[in-house]
Write a protein that binds this ligand. Sequence first.
Ligand SMILES: [Zn+2]
Length: 81
Amino acid sequence: MSAFTAVTYDVCPHESLFEAMNSYVIEKEEDIKAAAAKAAAQDVAPVVHVYQTPVEDESAPLLYKEYTFDAYTCRCGEPRE
Ligand SMILES: [Zn+2]
């Protein structure tokens, strides 16, 4: 089967920031959505991209799925306390 990798992104719409943080290999027995959620929690990342690396061309990972996590969305646009 193909390999999957979860990449966490730091996102701030106010600063036009969309920056990759860390990548995590998804073990083949792991549930992909659960693995994405785990990576998001680890990095407090509002966006996680799961890339699929085709066996026939490992240099060309494809975006398999994007997950967004509202709980980790940046709060810098909200009024300060
Ligand atoms: Zn922000």
